[in-house]
Design a protein around this ligand. Structure first.
Ligand code: ATP
Length: 321
């Protein structure tokens, strides 16, 4: 392997820059030329590709977002469009592509490895949602988790001063990991996640009982995959007469300086992706399972449903009585 390329795709996440840096430095260490593709698959079809040097990724490890930019590119689902991308890679002699993104981005990478004559692709899990199979953690999850915890801690101060119930809507798309982990870490009374069906009447009763016991406030963490925070407030009002406030954390969850955990994870996964390309692997994603670096076929990743840790959900309920 003499030349590889790297791109970031889908929603950005803190730590993507650290992952790009690891790919670039690891490749150059092994005398492999590296090309950066700007704007994800869009840049691949528009030939927005530039050679990266050691210095290109200097002063990057601590930065949120992605300096290669990310984009949604729905037209990449069409074979003729992907043919253009393959042509742009082949004309430079690029034999390997590292795709940092979510499972939508992995699907694009899988198609490329099937359709190009000799292109090898490796996926690196970059998303705050932690919703990708084949890895215990995705790059950006820990930073987003800490951003949410910090916000909930602040909201808790005002919630207790005014004896209010706060509903905090958090990201995660169809996955409840961010809500579950942040809810447990911030001591939320109630956690609503898409993986577990919740009974709003029961939640209202729990809040009522808490108030009767003298609880000064109540924090509900609601995953966006269940409903919006406002909808949650409306639902609760059907069963209980309380003063609720809704806080939708929004895109602050996607930004910020990556935590130490995310920087280390990004560095390990980015470096490992290059190792796999050197070994001749393709159509696989790197991951971390029980603190060991792993590789999983894209097919396997797409086949299974994402699941949460049920024991952890039970524990969060038990601790919030
Ligand atoms: P996140 O979940 O963090 O948003 P993601 O990678 O899942 O990340 P998507 O928007 O689903 O985000 O996918 C990113 C890009 O991958 C799409 O804009 C598209 O260019 C490409 N892609 C997605 N699905 C496919 C597919 N089935 N075939 C080819 N390309 C695809």
């Amino acid at each position: 392997m003499k030349k590889i390329a790297v791109l970031t795709s889908g929603g950005d996440s803190p730590g993507m820059n650290a992952a790009i840096r690891a790919v670039v430095r690891k490749a150059i260490y092994h005398d492999i030329e590296v090309y950066g593709v700007y704007q994800g698959y869009l840049g691949l079809i528009n030939d927005n590709i530039e050679k990266l040097e050691l210095g290109s990724v200097g002063d990057m490890i601590q930065r949120g977002g992605t300096f290669l930019y990310s984009a949604r590119c729905p037209e990449f689902k069409e074979k003729e469009v992907r043919a253009k991308a393959i042509e742009n890679l082949e004309k430079r002699g690029i034999e390997g592509l590292v795709v940092i993104g979510g499972d939508g981005s992995y699907r694009g990478a899988q198609r490329l490895s099937e359709e190009a004559k000799s292109l090898k692709t490796i996926g690196v899990p970059g998303t705050i949602d932690n919703d990708i199979n084949g890895t215990d953690f995705t790059i950006g999850f820990d930073t987003a988790l800490n951003t949410i915890i910090d916000s909930v801690d602040k909201i808790r101060d005002t919630a207790s001063s005014h004896e209010r119930t706060f509903i905090i809507e958090v990201m995660g798309r169809d996955a409840g990991d961010l809500a579950l982990w942040s809810g447990l870490a911030a001591g939320a009374e109630t956690i609503l996640i898409p993986e577990v069906k919740s009974d709003i009447e029961e939640i209202a009763e729990k809040i009522q009982q808490g108030m009767e016991r003298g609880k000064k406030h109540s924090i509900i963490v609601c995953a966006e995959g269940v409903m919006t925070g406002n909808q949650c407030g409306e639902e609760l009002k059907k069963f209980i007469n309380i003063d609720t406030r809704v806080s939708c954390l929004g895109h602050i969850q996607r930004g910020g300086t990556p935590t130490g955990m995310d920087r280390v994870l990004a560095s390990r996964l980015g470096g490992y992706a290059v190792e796999l390309l050197i070994e001749g692997e393709s159509a696989k994603a790197v991951g971390i399972q029980k603190n060991i670096l792993t590789r999983t076929n894209f097919d396997e990743i797409f086949q299974s449903e994402h699941s949460i840790d049920n024991k952890m959900y039970e524990l969060a309920n038990q601790l919030s009585i």
